[in-house]
Structures are given as structure tokens and as C-alpha cells.
Design a binder for this molecule. Sequence first.
Ligand code: ATP
Length: 354
Amino acid sequence: MASRDEVLAVLKQLKDPASGSDLVSSGMVRALNIDGGEVRFVLEIDPARAAALQPVKSEAEEKISALDGVEKVSVVMTAHSAPKPPPDLKGSKPAEPQGPQKIAGVDRILAVASGKGGVGKSTVSANLAAALAAEGRRVGLLDADVYGPSQPRMLGVSGRPSSPDGKTILPMRNHGITMMSIGLMTREEEAVVWRGPMLMGALQQMLNQVQWGALDVLIVDLPPGTGDVQMTLAQKAELTGAVVVSTPQDIALLDARKGINMFEKLGTPIVGMIENMSTHICSNCGHEEHMFGHGGVAAEAAKLGVPLLAEIPLSMNIRVAADSGAPIVVSAPGSAQAQSFRALAKSLISEGHA
Ligand SMILES: Nc1ncnc2c1ncn2[C@@H]1O[C@H](COP(=O)(O)OP(=O)(O)OP(=O)(O)O)[C@@H](O)[C@H]1O
């Protein structure tokens, strides 16, 4: 029985007269099969050249037949496989967009997450948005915290967003931030029990039906934990990354770790961690104390291999400002607390995240 290599060696000696390259290198030889004494293969050719290639085919048959152990040679010439016609789209429904999508006009989407509630995720989101606006960035803030939307209060926005055409929703604007909150879509006194599909619908509506306009970055203030909103956001929107806020306390850190794991599973890059309520400086005596410990987030970030982006102090002024509708970055821009948010914004911009 002839070996495959012997047959190929013969075919390599034969040239395609048009290109000058041998039959094997030119890719004409297909489906070579050696079965006992029988050698079979296909010569894939341009049908217009069938007559010109006939002598080459005969020579191949002759030379392979001369090999030891070959009793029969079958060579079939076939045309190039015809290119497939384009799919007929007429009448068929357009395909549902798959996977994460960009929002028209929005360059980056940065999710602000926390594993645990009450660690200051909304405060950080509002101040970060204000600090980015102060750097001249076109910033949007989407308050997706369905369980406790606090951005209307923190940014001093009220009223219901309008929808002049009944299809798109006009966002609100304050402190240089374009904002939309799930809290503005429900009545304040109305307790909303969001169920899966309804919640997903509301989130998608806020991503796609709100006229965000041209934005350098859209910050999404997520609800705490690892639930449907986080999943839907990561699956539907192309996220630049997620920032995880935590206090230095062990329990908050444990939850932050779960949050980071979730984003990693969803394929969302972790931009870094922020330690909030890092250290407390007494407004009376200036004494510094660590109410929730200090440095825990830095250690955790190092352990997880993600950057520590900022350490924000626990300060009454931050809370008072947030409660009054003007984040500290806006109400006391010269304060040390405002400066820590400004530094955070600058570093995110310089890294290309915002
Ligand atoms: N660095 C800080 N110094 C002082 N108070 C703060 C600080 N960060 C947040 N707070 C206060 O802590 C409370 C909870 O903060 P915030 O609402 O931002 O947390 P959250 O993580 O978004 O909470 P939730 O999960 O309930 O939405 C608010 O009253 C806020 O003003």
C-alpha cells in the first residue's frame, strides 16, 4: 500500500500551468483517501479551466499508478465550492441583539457597586459624577438602586421626567450632571415591589429610552448586592468596568468580595475598590479615629489584585451635603473631602475609565 506522503510527494512535482505552483501548495488537492490499493482525491478547480487542467490530471493518475502497491487511481475534478448566497432577510424578523450593547452617544459606562447596603455607594456616585463634571467631562448618572433610589435627594432633583414624544424620556440635569433615577419614575409615597421582569424592563428603559445625549461617561449607581439588576446591566450594556465601594469592616469586605466575583464571572472588568468611611476626623477636636478600622480595603484590594482607587473619610459634612441636595464636591469644593473625590475623578480620567 502506498503511503499518503508518497502520493503527496508525486502531486507536489506537478504544477498548475497557470499559477506555476504545485498542486498541493495551491490547495487544489482535496479529500485524499488511500484505501488498500486504491487512491482517491479531488482536484478543486475553476470550472473554466477544466480543459486546460485535463493533462495535469492525467499525469497525476499515471504517476500515482506507478507507485508501489497502487492498483487504482480515481481523480475527480470539481468546481470551487460556490459562495453561499446572502441570507434572505425579507419577511424575517430582525435578530434580537445579542450580548452587551453600547448606548448611542455614551462613550463609557462605569458601574458603582457595593456588596452591602449603606456603605456609601450613592454618596460616592454623586460626588464622583460632580467631580468628573468639574473636570469638564460630560457626565450622566443613572440611579438604578431600585430598592432605595437616593440620587434625586442627593442631587437636589425632583419632579417627573417628561416624555414629549411618548417614546423617549428626557433626563433631568443639575450640578452639570445629566441624571435619571428609577425614583423619579415612581411616586414617592408609592412602595414599589419590583419583580424580575418589571425591574429588567425599567432598567432597559432607563438605558435605552432616556435621551442621554453625548456623554463621556455614564455612572450607574447600582443597588447593593449581587442581584438581577447587576446581572441585567452587565448582560445588556457594554460596561467599561465596575468600581466597588466598601467600608473597612470585615463584613462589608466579605460582601465586596462576592460582588467582585460576580463581575468577574460576568466578564466586567473591575476598575478598582474605594474605601469609604475610611477614617473619622472629629469636627470639634480634630482627633482622628478609625470607626470601622482602617486599611482593610487596601489589604483586600491587594489580595484580589485590583487597585485601591480612593480612601474617603467619614465626615459629617459629606452626609450633610448629600442630604441637602448638593454633593460636597459642589457645596464645599475647597474642602479636603471634596479634594479626595476630585483626585479619584482625575485618576479615573487619566486611566481612560471616565
Ligand atoms: N464618607 C461619608 N461620611 C459621612 N457620611 C457618609 C459617607 N458616605 C455615606 N455617608 C452617609 O451614609 C448613609 C448611606 O450612604 P449611601 O446612601 O450613599 O449608601 P449606599 O451604599 O448607597 O446605601 P444603599 O445601599 O442603601 O443605597 C447616607 O446617609 C450618607 O449621607
